[in-house]
Design a protein around this ligand. Structure first.
Ligand code: NAD
Length: 483
């Protein structure tokens, strides 16, 4: 059979024009394990052109003289365009990352809402009048856009993770160079056409893809960049922080997680099990908030494990483009190899396999891994200690509140936590003690543009989403006037 030709119409978006980029690379279809498209790879020179375009556009009257209301209207229009083009964006994300179509469709609906939310917020972010103790003086604060923003996103949920950066940045009046991941960049490169159609002046939004070392490093270290908004892994984040030693850009980091989900004996076990399954197996576990450590009260451990194992075995694995599929492949061969190696090391370290633990039969061509549950003695087992970013749940028993708080907090990460109990006063005690940026009680994974998102510890610095996130894209100017 002849190999199908690679799709070759993806372009970089620099200064309002779609350009080929100096190099290119093949993007893999994870469901088939074959390349399906050729992507442009931005060189250091491409990055430099994009940053200079953003720098010029920042002061250009076509953008700088727009009122906040006008900027808001552009963002709202962008949100409407995302909603109108949701089916094709969802298909591209599914094709390029292997994320199932049900999830990409649902998430792109949210993406439109985030742009509309920040569009509505643009002219509601106010400065302040300061009542200084000087009768002949007026003092007030202006909030001014910080400058050129370098936004860097990982391969999972690229449209969503860029909306929480572009939305507040553009609402504040900044200009942006957005770097899509080199894995699965198709949806963001297609999104560039919607930015163009929405009518943002040239250079206000530039969208690139390329490799971390050349494209990512050049961008985050660039002297004309004033603000870096990064989402990715903790080790890359350390490179990014070193890069910003060059420009001293104000930096926010959204990093990994090893989020605990805690189930007490008094919880509705069926409902908790549904949330645990969705919390770890959605997106094949490739989610920063994946509830990858389950802490279950000893008295219901066996019962909950049986329910979970049954639900995990029933998950329908298949082609991510099929709307009936409940779990698709992993996004990259690197991910698959990491998960295989960590599960093997965990079994060697004494973890007991409850279900899964390998590649599912019949899916040898794609990057599939079965929904896996491992019973572990404690957090030291590799699958409970490390972020796997895959469909692997580590289950650890506990006895009492103090024990579970100590175990849940025993991680360098602190992104999210889930608590399942029918005792609301106990839930409040845990909310106070858990070191996590988000605590969900009797639910898991709820998100909204109105609610901030971000972690404690190694899970990051700063918050995305919510009205306050605009502040991080502004500088305060203090004004004194003698009257
Ligand atoms: P990654 O850190 O490998 O890559 C992230 C981005 O950084 C990519 O665009 C990459 O090209 C770029 N990059 C790589 N080297 C760079 C360098 N030296 N300078 C600048 N940029 C560079 O992450 P990944 O494997 O693509 O994604 C998975 C990670 O992302 C996981 O750890 C996950 O938890 C995290 N994540 C966090 C959140 C959150 O909101 N907290 C959301 C999604 C994913």
């Amino acid at each position: 059979m002849a190999t199908p030709a690679l799709r070759d119409d993806f372009r970089l978006y620099i200064d309002g024009a779609f350009v080929a980029g100096e190099a290119s690379f093949e993007s893999l279809d994870p469901a088939r394990g074959m390349p399906w498209a050729r992507m442009p790879a931005a060189s250091a020179a491409d990055v430099d052109r994009a940053v200079r375009a953003a720098h010029r556009a920042f002061d250009d009257s076509a953008w700088a003289e727009l009122t906040a209301t006008q900027r808001g209207r552009l963002l709202t229009r962008l949100g409407d365009l995302v909603a109108a083009h949701a089916p094709e964006l969802a298909e591209l994300e599914t094709r390029d990352t292997g994320k199932i179509i049900r999830e990409t469709r649902a998430q792109i609906g949210y993406v439109a809402e985030y742009y509309r939310y920040f569009g509505g917020l643009a002219d509601k972010f106010e400065g302040a009048h300061l009542p200084v103790d000087k009768p002949d003086m007026e003092a007030y604060l202006r909030r001014e856009p910080i400058g050129v923003v370098a936004a860097v996103v990982p391969w999972n949920s690229q449209l969503f993770l860029s909306a929480v950066k572009l939305g507040p940045a553009l609402a504040a009046g900044c200009t942006v160079v957005l770097k899509a991941s080199e894995d699965g960049p198709a949806p963001l490169l297609a999104f560039a056409r919607l930015v163009h159609e929405a009518g943002f002046p040239p250079g206000v939004v530039n969208i690139l893809t390329g490799f971390g070392e050349e494209c990512g490093r050049t961008l985050t270290a660039h002297k004309l960049v004033s603000r870096v908004a990064f989402t990715g892994g903790p080790s890359t984040a350390r490179h990014v922080v070193r890069n910003t030693a060059e420009n001293l850009a104000y930096t926010t980091l959204e990093l990994g997680g090893k989020s605990p989900v805690i189930v007490f004996a008094d919880a509705d076990l069926e409902s908790a099990a549904n949330a645990v399954v969705a919390g770890i197996f959605a997106a094949s576990g490739q989610s920063c908030v994946a509830g990858s450590r389950l802490f279950v009260e000893e008295s219901v451990r066996e019962k909950l494990l049986a329910i979970l194992a049954e639900k995990a075995r029933r998950i329908r694995i298949g082609d991510p483009a099929d709307a009936a599929t409940e779990m698709g492949p992993l996004a990259t061969p690197r991910q698959l190899a990491h998960i295989e190696a960590t599960v093997a090391a965990s079994l060697e370290a004494g973890a007991a396999l409850v279900t899964g633990g390998g590649r599912p039969a019949g899916f040898e061509d794609g990057l599939y891994y079965a929904p896996t549950i491992l019973a572990c003695a404690g957090n030291e087992v590799p699958c409970a200690a490390q972020e796997l970013f895959g469909p692997v749940l580590s289950v650890i028993a506990f006895e009492g509140e103090a024990d579970v708080v100590a175990k849940a907090n025993d991680s360098p990460f602190g992104l999210a936590a889930g608590v399942f109990t029918s005792n609301l006063t106990r839930a409040h005690r845990l909310i106070r003690k858990l070191r996590a940026g988000i605590v969900w009680v009797n639910t898991y994974r709820a998100v909204s543009p109105i609610v901030p998102f971000g972690g404690y510890g190694q899970s990051g610095l700063g918050r995305e989403g919510g009205a306050e996130s605009i502040r991080d894209y502004t500088r305060t100017k203090s004004v004194w006037i003698r009257t």
